[in-house]
Design a protein around this ligand. Structure first.
Ligand SMILES: [Zn+2]
Length: 261
């Protein structure tokens, strides 16, 4: 990604919101830029959300109609679980995005961020009957620890929210069949790390299956279980991805710090 021109914003939100909301806005805008940098976007579609700290029912979502490389901290739209814009933003938001992210954040009080992609590898694996295979160390993070949700059409029907919540359970990653990927985190950084690992696992699977299923060699069940348990021990009590997050921000700052606007 070269230097990009940030979207024109009608006003800066810095100083108009709490320090914790501003910090969340900067981290969330950074996450949008990271998806753009790593080629995980789908035009203006898909979305990442973050709960506004210390507020009961509000979360931030991208302004619909803008590329992720254009998104800034101030342009994120604050909405409540009724779908009402509560920060005076004049930008619209995506209705399917509201449906998915409101379902996740309402149903999981311990979760503060959700991230949805339509990556090529994610969509490819979402159509495979075998689901995500434990064929790499990265994929083993999700061994017996990934959810699936059947496709029902574009997710703009609020009735789908309860089925999404039920299917997701307590997982941190979900494959939306015939659609894409969805991860969550206790922080934006954790949701980012989860999508990074899930994306890598899906890419590896697509490449490995190019040689046919008969050619696939999987680790033993015992090794799969032990490795999944190792991941849980490392990250169970604290959000994953925090240590590397400042490095991602430094990279973005070198490329184009306008996400902080
Ligand atoms: Zn989608």
């Amino acid at each position: 990604m070269g230097t990009v021109t940030a979207m024109t914003i009608d006003r800066s939100m810095k100083g108009r919101v709490s320090d914790s909301e501003w910090e969340t806005r900067v981290n969330l805008a950074a996450c949008y830029r990271l998806l753009a940098y790593h080629g995980l976007t789908d035009g203006t579609a898909t979305h990442i959300s973050a709960r506004v700290p210390d507020e009961k029912d509000t979360f931030l979502l991208n302004p619909y109609g803008y590329l992720f490389e254009e998104i800034t901290a101030s342009s994120l739209v604050k909405i409540n679980h009724k779908g009402e814009i509560v920060d005076g933003s004049t930008f619209p938001y995506n209705e399917a995005g509201f449906c998915i992210h409101s379902a996740v954040l309402k149903g999981r009080p311990e979760i503060n961020s959700a991230l949805h992609t339509h990556s090529d590898a994610g969509m490819a694996v979402s159509a495979q009957k075998c689901g995500l295979l434990p064929l790499s160390q990265t994929a083993l993070r999700f061994y017996d620890n990934i959810a699936y949700h059947d496709y029902e059409g574009i997710a703009d029907d609020l009735d789908e929210q309860k089925r999404l919540q039920k299917d997701f359970g307590n997982a941190y990653a979900m494959i939306l069949k015939h659609h894409g990927l969805l991860t969550v985190g206790r922080t934006v950084a954790e949701a980012w790390l989860m999508i990074w690992d899930l994306e890598k696992a899906c890419q590896s699977q697509v490449w490995a299956l190019a040689g046919g299923m008969d050619n696939i060699d999987l680790p033993s069940e015992e090794v799969c279980k032990n490795t999944a348990a190792q991941y849980k021990r490392y990250y169970g009590n604290k959000p994953a991805g925090e240590a590397a997050w400042p490095a991602h921000l430094r990279m973005l700052d070198r490329l184009d710090p306008s996400y902080r606007d």
